[in-house]
Design a binder for this molecule. Structure first.
Ligand code: GDP
Length: 314
């Protein structure tokens, strides 16, 4: 990658896309193509084709997707399938037609089977049934992986896929209905503290284990892989740090400074009980995460106080 290369970051206003953009700018890349979803609806095949014909990017980071937490995935099942399939079909196929030098497609650790052996190695894809709460999203992401590999096999395209664990960081979604657990708990503990209450509700049993990765670590991994990884098989990117939802709630309570009583809402789903990824392959290539969970949540809480606290109407 040269600093003058034309780079298109699809989804640059989202948490992942904006982290990649910060990293690109910090490394001196300046020929950046950016379109908001209002300017370019990536579900619109003709609009995407026209955009690629016109712009002809050299490199594409495909970070645009419809994303959300366990409840959003479970409720908006059709949208998670249709929107994600459309976005990735259009961007990947147009990248092929306009001879993009390299494309990086982003997925998620939910592609693995519900009962997957832990830690989850890349080879375990499609060895069992998926977790029902996010099956439509996972199916779309698996299709994206297969699309990148198939375009490489048939057309020789250098398209790679990257599967991160649960992400958090700047530009996260703090809406309690659609967010993931980590931003939701930051907001819940903060609002409980601000309101002088001593109770916080945490969904499910608190027992599921999750691996969290700060999005700035993911962005460094994406840059590293864009420069160094040219293979057909997707690659995991995780922190290697696993924590139960109960312990995560206690950690956030500590960082926010609010030791409220935690009530578990058993009417909400737990989802997969455990999903820690094997980072063996990416570690062997010479990359590892740098931001610890405590440090990352401290940064996220500060960012929440600076940017989100005022905007959110409870
Ligand atoms: P998942 O990793 O796809 O299951 O996505 P989430 O981040 O939405 O949920 C992870 C786990 O945290 C699940 O077991 C949820 O039930 C649990 N959880 C506890 N409290 C919350 C909450 O307030 N919001 C969300 N989204 N999940 C929560």
């Amino acid at each position: 990658m040269n600093q003058d290369d034309k780079i298109y970051v699809a989804g640059h206003n989202g948490m992942v896309g904006s982290a990649i953009l910060r990293k690109l700018k910090a490394e001196g890349f300046h020929n950046l193509e950016l379109k908001s979803s209002q300017e370019l609806d990536l579900r619109d095949q003709n609009a995407v084709r026209d955009f690629f014909d016109d712009v002809r990017p050299d490199y594409v980071f495909l970070a645009a997707a419809k994303v959300g937490g366990i409840l959003a995935n479970d409720t908006h099942r059709a949208e998670f399938l249709y929107d994600n399939l459309s976005i990735q079909n259009n961007v990947i196929h147009s990248s092929y037609l306009s001879k993009v030098k390299k494309l990086l497609f982003l997925g998620s650790s939910c592609i693995y089977p519900k009962e997957c052996p832990q830690p989850m190695k890349e080879d375990y894809l499609l060895t069992g049934k998926l977790e029902p709460t996010n099956e439509p999203y996972a199916i779309a992401k698996i299709a994206g992986i297969k699309m990148c590999d198939s375009y490489r096999d048939q057309y020789g395209c250098n398209f790679i896929s990257v599967m991160p664990s649960n992400l958090y960081g700047p530009n996260d979604n703090y809406d309690l209905k659609s967010s993931h657990v980590l931003p939701a708990l930051i907001r819940k503990f903060h609002e409980s503290k601000s309101a002088g209450q001593n109770k916080v509700t945490v969904w499910g049993s608190g027992n599921p284990l999750r691996e969290f990765l700060h999005v700035d670590d993911l962005a460094t991994a994406c840059m590293f892989l864009m420069k160094n990884y040219n293979e057909r098989n997707f690659i995991n990117v995780g922190s290697g740090e696993e924590i139960s939802i109960r312990d995560l709630a206690n950690l956030i309570a500590d960082i926010v400074g609010h030791q409220a009583t935690i009530e578990f809402d058993s009417t909400k789903p737990d989802g997969t009980l455990r999903k820690i990824m094997s980072n063996e392959r990416i570690n062997a290539l010479g990359w590892e995460a740098k931001i610890s969970l405590r440090e990352g949540i401290e940064i996220a809480y500060k960012e929440y106080l600076d940017h989100h606290n005022q905007e959110i109407v409870p």
